[in-house]
Unconditional design. Structure first.
Length: 133
């Protein structure tokens, strides 16, 4: 039986009744130096790509953490705003806390109109206005 990996393969192996014999007629494996260099270059290229991908994944992980904090601050602001709205004329303050983020909101009502101003721990401020129908 003769098995050949490929014409330009790193290893060429032929098996005979006496065992494994290299192309050069001696027992063992034959190595093509040009193929070794090609594989070394491919290995170096793959290592650079893996390193670049790992860096990109770390950067993405950091961005996801930032988005989670921003969204948590928004939830805290929503909670604060909910507690700052009055059902009768006057002013009110509300605070909210969610997932390590906090917010404060000031609200007021005058007749059929409501106003809110909120500030959260991520440095975002928001303004709201409502009117009864």
């Amino acid at each position: 039986h003769i098995a050949t990996l490929s014409r330009n393969a790193l290893l060429s192996i032929s098996s005979t009744r006496s065992g494994i014999q290299g192309v050069d007629g001696r027992d063992g494996l034959d190595v093509d130096p040009a193929e070794v260099r090609r594989l070394d270059n491919q290995d170096a290229h793959n290592s650079r790509r893996i390193s670049n991908n790992a860096s990109a994944i770390r950067a993405l992980d950091s961005k996801v953490d930032s988005v989670v904090s921003d969204l948590s601050a928004g939830v805290a602001a929503s909670i604060a705003t909910t507690h700052a709205i009055r059902s009768d004329n006057g002013a009110r303050m509300g605070i909210g806390y969610y997932n390590n983020q906090a917010a404060i909101s000031f609200g007021a009502r005058k007749d059929d109109k409501t106003f809110t101003f909120s500030f959260d721990s991520r440095g975002t401020s928001s303004i709201g206005f409502g009117i009864d129908f």
